[in-house]
Design a protein around this ligand. Structure first.
Ligand code: HEM
Length: 518
């Protein structure tokens, strides 16, 4: 009543403007929210979608949980329409279509949904978020950093970190021959040392001196869903550029400052010392120099210059965070499953022993290929616990859905629910069972194409998938070779997942008993 009285007391001009704005908003919302109904596409109601968006923003549900609900609501359809607040988007439900859309249809789904920030502020200008030609330039320059020759060199770094872990565990086990340990913490420290060396060429000492490892504390923040990130998602659902207007992005100011100063320091050291180490930072610095030379740019301030310090820092932030959490959680989930499946653990141990005996104790880079069962165990871990369970794209060029008259319009978002495929009994019977046999030589051919995509699909698949697998495998070999893994009194018999992380993460500590093998 009070509102009505105040509206009626407004001057006529204001009333007209107010009514016009209200009518426009009403028409706009009506139009937007009937988008899928008008096109005859199966869809989830705007109200239901609104509840999902709010649950994600308030973190009462994770992105994965809401995606699973959407997947179930669209049962029986190959794809469906959803709404991110007022903006229509599409969810792909048929794995058979993944290649068609992400590989053949790449020009139409070239970019991710992240709002483009040309200045790459606040860790926002990395390969994951870059769009168009800038993404292409950076991806092309960085691809050789993951060649077999480069991986072989990195393998030595990984082995060096493995010896540190071994020495650390030997110390812990010296009294009783066994130790109860938060394996998530141990593995994350191991992963930090590896990626610090590969990305920046520095020693993080997370195994030897975890308390003073500022780097791990900072990098762990990057994949955390803080209020800035939730707000960014909400604002970009209203309009992609709104989030930029408020200069919001994943990194907090402190993390950005910390990484900017560490990266700058490492760059200065390299410039002075003329380092020949081919870590990721060195590769990007050289790419920047070549770019300036080739394009005869006067300065790095040129607005088309790609490898700016902001882009390099953002890339370092991405490499460090991707090398830390997804790798560490994959190893943690795997060790946990092995502790509960002694028969799988024994078979894996036997395989490692056989290969070790064949190659004179030290498993070399080329020998990794011989560990077929290890490959199956890792694949099954990534099926059951995919670190990045939902892939996203943005429609960059209108796309006609094959064998249909429906056209996906430029600007619409696309979601590919990888984790839902991995857990759908239609593609993986009894999906909660940990069963590496699904990936045996006999069975792997039966996997429905597109239903197993832990590293994504198409030209934007994970650039570092081979490094990630090598990293995960080396950690598993190190631990399984010398220690038998068991649950202990502090081990929880099921996982609760952390809703505040961008990637799949077990909430809290993961305790196991490690018993030294003879
Ligand atoms: C087990 C570990 C990892 C998993 C499961 C994983 C998974 C993924 C997935 C699903 C994507 C999105 C792919 C798509 O949209 O199609 C991705 C992208 C990416 N990942 Fe990984 N990743 C892992 C480790 C790493 C590591 C260690 C690095 C770097 C050192 C890394 C760097 C990247 C980059 C740069 C992209 C963006 C690629 C582009 O858009 O061109 N990832 N990753």
């Amino acid at each position: 009543m009070e509102l009505l009285t105040s509206i009626l007391s407004l001057p006529v001009n204001s009333l007209l403007v107010f009514t016009g704005a209200a009518l426009f908003l009403w028409y706009y919302l009506q139009d937007q929210l009937s988008y899928w109904r008008k096109r005859g596409v199966p869809y989830i109601s705007p109200i239901k979608c609104f509840s999902f968006t709010m649950a994600q923003t308030l973190r009462t549900k994770s992105v994965l949980e809401t995606t699973k609900e959407m997947y179930e609501l669209l049962e029986g359809h190959s794809y469906g329409g959803i709404y991110r607040l007022f903006r229509p988007a599409v969810i792909l439900r048929d794995p058979g279509m993944v290649k068609e859309w992400l590989v053949k249809g790449f020009p139409s789904f070239h970019d991710r949904n992240s709002p483009p920030d040309k200045k790459a502020r606040n860790l926002s200008g990395n390969l994951f978020t870059l769009t168009g030609d800038r993404w292409h330039t950076v991806r092309t320059k960085l691809a050789p950093a993951f060649s077999s020759a480069k991986l072989k060199v990195m393998y030595q770094t990984l082995k060096g970190c493995a010896s540190d872990v071994n020495a650390h565990l030997q110390g812990l086990c010296s009294a009783k021959g066994e130790v109860e340990i938060d394996i998530k913490d141990l593995v994350s420290r191991y992963a930090m040392d590896v990626i610090g060396a590969c990305a920046l060429g520095i020693q993080c000492n997370a195994i030897k001196d975890p308390e003073n490892c500022q780097m791990r504390k900072a990098v762990q923040q990057i994949f955390r869903i803080n209020w800035r990130f939730s707000l960014q998602i909400l604002l970009s659902a209203i309009h992609p550029k709104l989030a930029l207007l408020f200069s919001l992005s994943r990194g907090t100011t402190e993390v950005t400052k910390f990484l900017t100063s560490v990266t700058k320091e490492a760059m200065d050291v390299k410039k002075k010392a003329g380092s020949s180490r081919k870590d990721f930072l060195q590769i990007m610095m050289s790419a920047g120099d070549t770019e300036i030379e080739k394009r005869k740019l006067k300065s790095t301030e040129d607005e088309d210059f790609v490898f700016t310090e902001n882009v390099i820092t953002s890339m370092i932030g991405l490499f460090l965070s991707a090398g830390l959490d997804p790798v560490a959680t994959t190893v943690t989930f795997c060790l946990y499953e092995l502790a509960y499946h002694p028969e799988i653990q024994d078979r894996l141990f036997q395989e490692i022993q056989t290969v070790r005996n064949e190659c004179g104790d030290e498993i070399g880079f080329e020998d990794l290929k011989k560990l077929q069962y290890l490959e199956q165990v890792v694949n099954e871990t990534l099926r059951k616990y995919p670190p990045a369970g939902v892939l996203s794209r943005k429609c960059t060029e209108s796309f006609q859905i094959p064998d249909s008259s429906v056209v996906i319009e430029k600007g619409l978002g696309l979601m590919i629910p990888a984790a839902c495929f991995h857990h759908d009994p239609k593609y993986f019977p009894d999906p909660e069972r940990f069963d590496p046999e699904r990936f045996s030589k006999e069975n792997i051919g039966n996997i429905v194409p597109g239903s197993y995509i832990p590293f994504g699909e198409g030209p934007r698949f994970c650039i570092a998938n081979r490094l990630a697998l090598m990293d995960v495998k080396t950690m598993l070999i190190t631990l399984v070779s010398d220690y038998a893994l068991h649950p202990c009194a502090r081990t929880k018999n099921h996982f609760e997942f952390d809703r505040e992380t961008f990637t799949l993460n077990p909430k809290g500590e993961v305790w196991l008993r490690l018993k030294k093998r003879n």
